[in-house]
Ligand binder design. Structure first.
Ligand code: PLZ
Length: 443
């Protein structure tokens, strides 16, 4: 690993060179494209991001759950370098190539269920979700799509409609796509009658609501993140996913698991659905799949995937050969280094320390997540009122000390942790030390 695995602060954060680049950004880049922490990156690897001022920050974000295998992971870099020298693009729809087929084979093998499967490749998570909807509609001959509160599925027109949160994702960008219906999410911490009743009551509400307001016979698909990502790492109570999935099966509705954030070892299994033995009809993947190159996929039951007419799915770049080579390198890394097991070990290190924070500080309402996808929800002490200002202050305090942390949540009050799975235990613990110090200073 060429990047030294240690935190190093040479300047204030951001340093002078980053500040200069950020001024150039303001003149050149559309202001709608925001940046959370304006340190400009020079190199990154393992659990460290190096900026242009020579600062080395601990990475608890992994580019939003993307570089699970690490930045510039050796197998990914090697596969990409080889592929980029052979050919960079032909368009799979014009003249195909083996890498695309090999990635599809891997996805068919690794995703839950041993039924016959097919995959199709795309460029971004949102594009995969759009295509899952297209496929479900053709297969069922129905139009309605049911999504959940706190859901995040992307920023394209159809996926904005599926995404729950207005600011910043939807504000001013309507009108949104039709035939999208939203139902309550089984959110244990905020379930009105308490977490014990959440699974049962949320499912009953879901069933009653879609029956009364949509009609089962009109529903093409129900889409859900097995652990909600941008919505605040909301883990549905045990049994909820399975009940929704089997209800879908009963009514001929396609059950789509959006594993774009949870997939590829992040939660301790290849896919988060496996934890509860849920087998989705379709599964959308992206992010962790290709070690940082843009690639996404829809994988699912052969009879559903193959319902679409020839030529109905595609795009110029979908399944680009360089991205496919990267994916094969990333998947090989996950297998060889048992990154699912590593994610569980990361949880074993992080969770007890987050729980301890929760015991010490009343502002920690909830500690949750799974594997290397963990979060704390911050509230006003003694209430469940979200505290987004404290959340932002804690994140900023971490940034100042050289720890990259992200926030999330419909109410902006969740601090989330998504380290690269290849991060060392020493960096993990040092990052947690910084977090603890931020609590001590800010609360
Ligand atoms: N589905 C579950 O997490 C992307 C969004 C960052 P794209 N999440 C990060 C931002 O602010 O834009 C995501 C996701 C889930 C779909 C998507 C969309 O994936 O690759 O960003 O299109």
């Amino acid at each position: 690993m060429s990047v030294a695995q240690q935190r190093l602060l040479k300047t204030s954060i951001p340093g002078p060179r980053s500040v200069e680049l950020h001024a150039r950004k303001a003149r050149a880049v559309a202001s709608g494209v925001g940046t959370m922490l304006p340190i400009y990156v020079a190199r990154a690897g393992g659990g460290i991001v190096v900026d242009v001022d020579g600062n080395q920050l601990i990475d608890f974000g992994a580019g939003i759950a993307v570089v699970s295998v690490g930045n510039a992971a050796p197998r990914v870099a090697e596969a990409v370098q080889h592929q980029v020298a052979e050919f960079t693009h032909t368009c799979f729809m014009v003249t195909p190539y083996e890498g695309y087929v090999a990635v599809a084979e891997q996805l068919n093998e690794l995703t839950p269920g041993d039924h016959e499967k097919r995959s199709a490749l795309f460029n971004s998570g949102a594009e995969a979700v759009e295509n899952a909807v297209k496929i479900a509609r053709v297969h069922t001959g129905r139009q309605a799509i049911v999504a959940f509160e706190h859901a995040y599925h992307g920023r394209t027109n159809l996926t904005m409609a599926l995404t729950a949160k207005n600011m910043p994702y939807k504000q001013g960008f309507g009108p949104f796509a039709g035939e999208v219906y939203r139902v309550p999410m089984a959110y244990p911490y905020r379930w009105p009658t308490g977490p014990e009743r959440c699974a049962h009551e949320a499912f009953a509400e879901f069933v009653a609501l879609v029956h009364a307001q949509v009609g089962e016979q009109n529903i093409a698909a129900v889409i859900i993140e097995p652990i909600q990502g941008e919505g605040g790492f909301i883990v549905p109570p045990p049994g909820f996913l399975a009940r929704v999935a089997s209800w879908c099966a009963e009514h001929g509705i396609v059950f789509v698991a959006d594993e774009i954030q949870t997939g590829f070892c992040r939660t301790g299994d290849w896919f988060a659905c496996e934890f509860e033995d849920v087998v989705p009809d379709l599964i959308t993947t992206a992010k962790g799949i290709a070690g940082g190159l843009p690639l996404a996929a829809v994988t699912g039951r052969a009879e559903i995937m193959d319902a679409v007419h020839v030529g109905g799915l595609g795009g110029t770049y979908g399944g680009n050969p360089v991205a496919c080579a990267a994916a094969l390198g990333a998947i090989e890394t996950m297998r060889a280094e048992d990154l699912g097991g590593v994610a569980r070990r990361i949880e074993a290190v992080m969770r007890p320390r987050l729980v301890a924070l929760g015991e010490k500080y009343d502002v920690v309402g909830d500690v949750r997540g799974r594997g290397a996808m963990l979060a704390v929800e911050l509230v006003v002490a003694g209430t469940k009122d979200p505290d987004p200002a404290l959340t932002a202050a804690l994140a900023a305090a971490c940034h100042q000390q050289g720890l990259i942390t992200l926030t999330a949540g419909t109410f902006g009050n969740v601090l989330r942790f998504l380290p690269p799975l290849v991060i060392g235990d020493d960096l993990l613990n040092e990052g947690l030390d910084i977090l603890e110090a931020a609590f001590a200073a800010s609360v």
